[in-house]
Design a binder for this molecule. Structure first.
Ligand code: HEM
Ligand code: MG
Length: 233
C-alpha cells in the first residue's frame, strides 16, 4: 500500500510539524521530506486529512517558502527556521533558545498528554488550558521567549489542527490515543480506528473551531517583541 506508515530512514528529512511529518511517513508527501512545492503540500493535506486548500493552509504553505532560499519548494527541516512559522511554546517541541526546536520532546508533550484528566478525549476547553499551561511552564525555562499575537494565533491554529484532524472538526473532540499516536509516532492511527474526516475541513467549520479555542483562552502578550515580524531566510 502506497500510504502505509513507514518510519523515516536516517537520510529522510523531517521537521517541527507533526502534521507534515505524518503525511511524509505515509507517503502523501515525498518520504524523503524534500523538494515540497505548494501544489504537492496542498494535495497531501487534502488527500491525507480531508483538509481543504483554504486561505489559511495556502498562506502557511507560502510561508514555508520563506524558510529556504529555494525558488519554489522547501524541505521539512527548513520549516524549523525560528521566527517564520516555528515559534516558542510549542506543544511537543522545546524552544529554539533551549536547544532543539525540531524533534519530539516527551517532557514538553506531557502537558498536553496529561490534560483533560478522567476522560479519554481532548476538547476545545482542554486545548485552551494546555496553551496557557505551556506558556506558564515555558516562561520559567525561557524568560526571553517570544509571545506576541502572531504566536498566539499560530498556536491556536495548531491546536485546531490536532482536534480536527485527529478528531471531529464540528465538535472539537479528539480521542486521546489518536492525538498521542499522532504526536509521538507521527502516524495515522488507522489500526486504532481513526478515519479521515468525513466532512471536508474548510473555512467555516475550522474557523468556528478556532473561535471556540480562542474564547476559552485568556491570553496576553509578553516579552519585548511588540511587533510580530515574519523572519525570512
Ligand atoms: C506545527 C508548518 C500544516 C499540524 C508546525 C510548525 C511548523 C509547521 C513550522 C512548528 C511550529 C512550532 O511548534 O514551533 C506547517 C506547514 C503546513 C502545516 C508549512 C502546511 C501548509 C499542518 C497541518 C496539520 C499540522 C495540515 C494538521 C494536523 C501541526 C501541529 C503543530 C504544527 C499540531 C504544533 C506542534 C507543536 O506545537 O509541537 N507546523 N504545518 N500542520 N503543525 Fe504544521
Ligand atoms: Mg516551536
Amino acid at each position: 500500500n502506497a500510504h502505509q506508515w513507514q518510519a523515516p530512514l536516517p537520510t529522510d528529512l523531517r521537521g517541527p510539524c507533526p502534521g507534515l511529518n505524518t503525511l511524509a511517513n505515509h507517503g502523501f508527501l515525498p518520504r524523503n521530506g524534500s523538494n515540497i512545492t505548494i501544489p504537492i503540500v496542498l494535495k497531501a493535506i487534502n488527500d491525507g486529512f480531508n483538509f481543504e486548500s483554504t486561505n489559511l493552509i495556502r498562506s502557511g504553505a507560502k510561508l514555508g517558502l520563506f524558510t529556504t532560499d529555494a525558488e519554489d519548494s522547501f524541505n521539512l527541516n527548513d520549516l524549523a527556521l525560528h521566527g517564520t512559522l516555528e515559534h516558542d511554546v510549542s506543544l511537543s517541541r522545546s524552544d529554539f533558545a533551549l536547544g532543539d526546536n525540531i524533534h519530539f520532546n516527551e517532557t514538553v508533550f506531557s502537558t498536553l498528554a496529561n490534560s483533560n484528566p478522567g476522560v479519554d478525549f481532548y476538547n476545545v476547553t482542554s486545548a485552551a488550558q494546555v496553551l496557557e499551561q505551556r506558556l506558564a511552564e515555558d516562561n520559567i525555562l525561557n524568560p526571553t521567549l517570544i509571545n506576541t499575537v502572531k504566536e498566539f494565533t499560530v498556536r491556536i491554529v495548531e491546536s485546531g489542527f490536532y482536534l480536527s484532524v485527529m478528531g471531529n472538526v464540528t465538535t472539537g473532540v479528539a480521542p486521546k490515543n489518536f492525538v498521542q499516536i499522532f504526536f509521538q509516532e507521527e502516524r495515522l492511527p488507522l489500526e486504532e480506528g481513526w478515519k479521515r474526516s468525513e466532512v471536508p475541513i474548510g473555512d467555516d467549520n475550522f474557523n468556528a473551531l478556532l473561535a471556540g479555542i480562542k474564547n476559552a483562552s485568556t491570553w496576553a502578550p509578553s516579552g519585548e517583541v511588540i511587533c510580530p515580524w515574519i523572519r525570512i531566510q
